[in-house]
Design a protein around this ligand. Structure first.
Ligand code: ZN
Length: 61
């Protein structure tokens, strides 16, 4: 049995908006087994309301 890591990767709750420098809130709920590399999470900017789709890498966002 391989050890199971239930939480997967941890994503930041907020990232900085590339366009306006505002704060983007994580808008996706983690999958049942937690975030994995290659998953896509989206963030919504509170200032310009842009949506950012982030593909998760090996080390998270
Ligand atoms: Zn923005």
């Amino acid at each position: 049995m391989e050890p199971h890591e239930p939480d997967g990767l941890r994503l930041p709750e907020h990232i900085v908006c590339v366009d306006c420098g505002g704060r983007c809130h994580l808008g996706s709920y983690p999958p049942h087994e937690g975030w994995q590399p290659g998953d896509v999470a989206f963030y919504r900017c509170e200032d310009c309301l842009d949506r950012w789709d982030i593909v998760i890498g090996d080390d998270g966002v």
